[in-house]
Design a protein around this ligand. Sequence first.
Ligand code: CLR
Length: 387
Amino acid sequence: TVGEAVPATQRGSWSSFLKSIASFSGDLSSLTAPPFILSPISLTEFPAYWCERPELFAAIADAKTDEDRMLAVLKWFISTLKDQYTSRNESMGSEKKPLNPVLGELFYAYWPDKNNRGKTNLLVEQVSHHPPITAYYISNPSKGLSLQGHNAQKTSFSGGSIIVKQVGHATLSVLLPSGGTEEFLITLPRLRIDGLWYGSPYIELTESSYIQSSSGWLSTIEYKGKGYFSGKSHSFKALVTPPGSSSPAHTVEGTWHQTSKDVKTGRAFHDVTGAKEEATVADVEAQGEWESRRLWRGVARGIREGDFETASREKSKIENEQRQRRKDEAAAGTKWQLKHFAHVDSDPTYEKLGKLFKASPPTEDAYVFQHNPPFADMSTTTTEVAK
Ligand code: CLR
């Protein structure tokens, strides 16, 4: 029956929610969902998933050849997928509806230096509200690594599942010992949200995503769920091809939320069965008013404590304040200024590297992190970053 996993009193509202998504495509964040499916965490926190295994990110800098660097990037990328796409199921019992960030919302965090891996900094800014777009910049200055990207989603409904096309991409820049830089274009997989009928949604990844290096090395990652080549959910196969060649030098197969192997050598490739490392975030009291946890504090508390009246009252306050701001801007003829990013219509790295594997679309926009000097240490406390 519908809503097996839904609290009895919310089953009616769950089936009307399902009906509304079935007849809707676009921005899911605007739909009202029953309380049991609400998460107290804003989407601006999600870019942290790129770095919850910071030693794997740092290891990219230690690779000695183009080939090894591609393998290190692939290993890090695959190792982020479990945290990106299954961690809400682990921490909250199912996929949930995150808080929809407001324009200008910020999230700052870091992972401290340990065992010579260097410190990793994360900076996130909500750069659009309608449609929601989140931009981020992650850096490990001592290793010469930086990752810049943005995320948006196009959603539709098919066969009882929500299909999420991710719009946006990431670019990774690696400072080489020679003084040059190697760049990687990272595209994002398509998501299918299953389990909606029962009220226990979870994500399966589908189709393919790519990692293209400026060295010419390419990883093509194919995602399959239950009933495909391994018959297991969360399966993937990655083909790693050298510059100008279509025959793979490495083939990696496994389940992205567990382990994988290099098919030819039988050697272990990635393993995320061990613990991840949560980012360090300033206490809410020490945060600025635009910082995510501070901004959503009242709503998050309401959701966590099951006090949904308070949650929705606090949410309305935030939304009204936002509406007023937009009105004031319109009246004054001004526009909201982004704090850390500048928008460009076409990302030159995407265009250049996308050509090498015939990326579709051939060009994408981007939000370029405004930093001066490069690799500036952007995290620790708000006040430090705010300057
Ligand atoms: C955001 C970018 C991250 C990876 C990621 C993981 C989960 C996705 C999220 C992205 C976007 C928003 C998302 C979410 C899962 C559910 C949620 C699609 C892509 C939607 C808006 C909520 C649907 C509501 C049902 C769960 C009821 O790197």
